[in-house]
Design a protein around this ligand. Structure first.
Ligand code: HEM
Length: 459
C-alpha cells in the first residue's frame, strides 16, 4: 500500500493528542494498563470526545483510537505510515516466526497471496462437517449434568477443531500443550504492555518459562509437518496443511518448511483462542438472556430437530448468526490491534510522531452510542439484515480491516455459526450463581475469571 491514497493532512493538525490525566512520572499509564488493560483503554476512549486519547507506557507516547473514521485512517488511509510495532513483533516472533502475524512488506504480501485463497468463502465449506463432528463428540460427554468452566471447555473444543482442520490430528487431553499456549499468550501480553519489555533471551524466570512453552508448541507442530512429508497418502488428506504444502508461488516453487511451520503455527494460534473466547461469550450471553435463548431454540428446533446441522442449513439459521455477531460486537476477541507509526503522520486533528504506538480499540468502537443505540444491551436484532446493512462503514470490525484484515474471517464466521447452532440444539447451559464475570484482555478478550456453568444434553 502506498501513502498516495492518504487524505491530505489537516492544516490545523499541530498538536499530539492530549495526554490523559493520571500518568506517573516513570511508568506513565503502564500500571493501570497491566492491571486491567481493557478497562484502562475503554476509560481513555470514553473520556476523549473524538475517540483519540494520548497516554504513556513508561517514557513512550501511545495513542488509542476508537471511532470508525480514525480507525480507517490508521488501518487503511494512512496504513503506509504504520508498522506492527516493535513491541508486538518482539512479543509474537518467538512463537510465530515469520508467519503472517509478524511479517511485513513484500514477504507479507507474497505470503498473503498464497495463503488467502485456501481460506476463501469457496474453500471453507469443505471444513464444516469436521467442525460439527468435533462439536457433537465434545458435547456428547455431558449425558449426565456436569459443572464446568465454559472458557476452559471452549478452549479445548476449538483446540480440537483447529488441530483437525489444520493437521487432521487430535489435541485431545493434551494438558501440557493447553497450559503452554495459555502461558505463552500471557507472556505475549506482558511483552506488549510492560515498560521495560526484556527480550526473551534475558534469563528471567518469566522468560525461561516462556522459552520452554514456545519450544514445546513449535516442536509439536513441526512433528506434524515431518510426519506429513513422510506419509504416503499426503495428497489425499483434506486439511489446511495439505493446502499449504501444495500451494505455489508465482514462480512455481513451494513454501519452504521453515515458513510452512511459521504459517501453520500462526493460523493455529490466531484461530484457536479467538474462536474459543467468541464462543464462551456467546454461551454466556445466551445463558443470561432468556428471551434471546428462546428464539435461538425455536430456530434450531424447527429447522434441525434432532438431525446434525450441515453447511447447507446455515442460511436457514439466520438468528444464530445474528447472536454470534452481536456477541463479537460486545466482546470482540481481538479488542486491541496495535500499530506503531514509522514516520510522522496525523490522525483526526492530531499529529502522531514517528515511534508512537497506536492502539485500535475495537471494544470501544463497538460501543459508540451514536452508532449502536443502547450499546451495552445484548440485542442480536441489530444484525438483522436491513439493520446490519445500514451500519456505517467500519463501525463493526471484529476482524480488523485494511491490508492485515483477518484472512480466517470466513472460516471463523462459519465455525461460530455452526457452533452456536450445535450448542443450542444439543446442550442446556445454566450459569452457577454468585459469579462476577468481567472481560480481561490477554492478547484476546476472555471472560474472567471463567464462566462456571451446569451443562447437560437436552432431551
Ligand atoms: C473469531 C475468530 C477470529 C477473530 C476475532 C480474528 C481476528 C483477527 C483480527 C482483528 C486480525 C487483524 C490483526 C491486525 O490488523 O493486526 C486478525 C489477523 C489474522 N488472523 Fe484472525 N481472527 C479469527 C480467526 C482466525 C482464523 C480462523 C484464522 C486462520 C485459520 C485466522 C488467521 C489470522 C491471521 C494469519 C492473521 C494475520 C493477518 C495479517 O496480518 O496479514 N484468524 N485476526
Amino acid at each position: 500500500m502506498t501513502a498516495s491514497t492518504a487524505p491530505a493532512a489537516s492544516t490545523t493538525a499541530a498538536q499530539p493528542p492530549p495526554l490523559a490525566p493520571g500518568a506517573s512520572l516513570l511508568l506513565g499509564h503502564a500500571r493501570e494498563l497491566q492491571r486491567d488493560t481493557i478497562t484502562a483503554l475503554a476509560g481513555l476512549s470514553a473520556d476523549a470526545p473524538d475517540g483519540v486519547a494520548g497516554f504513556r507506557i513508561g517514557p513512550g507516547r501511545a495513542v488509542v483510537v476508537s471511532t470508525a473514521a480514525t480507525v480507517r485512517e490508521v488501518l487503511i488511509e494512512r496504513a503506509a505510515d504504520y508498522g506492527r510495532g516493535k513491541r508486538q513483533t518482539r512479543a509474537l516472533e518467538p512463537l510465530m516466526g515469520q508467519g503472517l502475524l509478524v511479517s511485513e512488506g513484500e514477504t507479507h504480501a507474497r505470503q498473503r497471496r498464497i495463503v488467502l485463497p485456501h481460506l476463501s468463502p469457496r474453500q471453507v465449506p469443505k471444513h464444516a462437517d469436521t467442525i460439527v463432528a468435533e462439536a457433537e463428540r465434545f458435547v456428547s460427554r455431558w449425558a449426565e449434568p456436569a459443572e464446568v468452566d465454559l472458557v476452559a471447555e471452549m478452549n479445548s473444543l476449538t483446540m480440537d477443531i483447529v488441530t483437525q482442520l489444520l493437521f487432521s490430528a487430535s489435541s485431545r487431553d493434551n494438558r501440557a500443550l493447553a497450559r503452554a499456549i495459555t502461558e505463552a499468550f500471557e507472556w505475549e501480553m506482558h511483552a506488549i504492555t510492560s515498560v521495560v519489555g526484556l527480550p526473551l533471551w534475558v534469563p528471567t524466570p518469566r522468560n525461561r518459562r516462556a522459552r520452554r512453552n514456545i519450544a514445546l508448541i513449535r516442536r509439536w507442530i513441526a512433528e506434524f509437518i515431518t510426519e506429513r512429508r513422510a506419509s504416503p497418502d499426503r495428497e489425499e488428506t483434506v486439511d489446511l496443511l495439505t493446502d499449504l504444502m501444495n500451494t505455489r508461488y508465482e514462480d512455481g516453487s513451494g513454501m519452504p518448511d521453515a515458513l510452512l511451520l511459521d504459517e501453520a503455527l500462526t493460523a493455529w494460534g490466531a484461530s484457536q483462542e479467538t474462536s474459543a473466547d467468541a464462543q464462551a461469550w456467546t454461551l454466556y450471553l445466551l445463558a443470561t438472556h432468556d428471551a434471546v435463548r428462546e428464539r435461538v431454540l425455536e430456530e434450531v428446533d424447527s429447522v434441525l430437530g434432532r438431525r446434525t446441522v450441515t453447511f447447507e442449513d446455515l442460511t436457514l439459521l439466520p438468528y444464530c448468526m445474528q447472536v454470534f455477531k452481536e456477541a463479537m460486537r460486545l466482546y470482540p476477541p481481538a479488542s486491541m490491534i496495535p500499530r506503531q507509526a514509522v514516520r510522522d503522520t496525523t490522525v483526526g486533528n492530531y499529529t502522531i510522531k514517528a515511534g508512537t504506538m497506536v492502539f485500535i480499540n475495537a471494544y470501544s468502537l463497538h460501543r459508540r452510542a451514536e452508532v449502536f443505540e443502547d450499546p451495552e444491551t445484548f440485542d442480536p436484532d441489530r444484525f438483522a439484515r436491513a439493520r446490519e446493512k445500514a451500519l456505517p462503514k467500519s463501525a463493526y470490525l471484529p476482524f480488523g480491516t485494511g491490508g492485515n484484515v483477518c484472512p480466517g474471517s470466513h472460516l471463523a464466521m462459519m465455525e461460530g455459526h455452526l457452533l452456536t447452532a450445535v450448542m443450542a440444539q444439543r446442550l442446556r447451559v445454566d450459569l452457577l450463581p454468585g459469579q462476577e464475570i468481567r472481560p480481561q484482555l490477554l492478547v484476546n478478550l476472555r471472560p474472567s475469571p471463567g464462566v462456571r456453568a451446569r451443562v447437560v444434553l437436552r432431551d
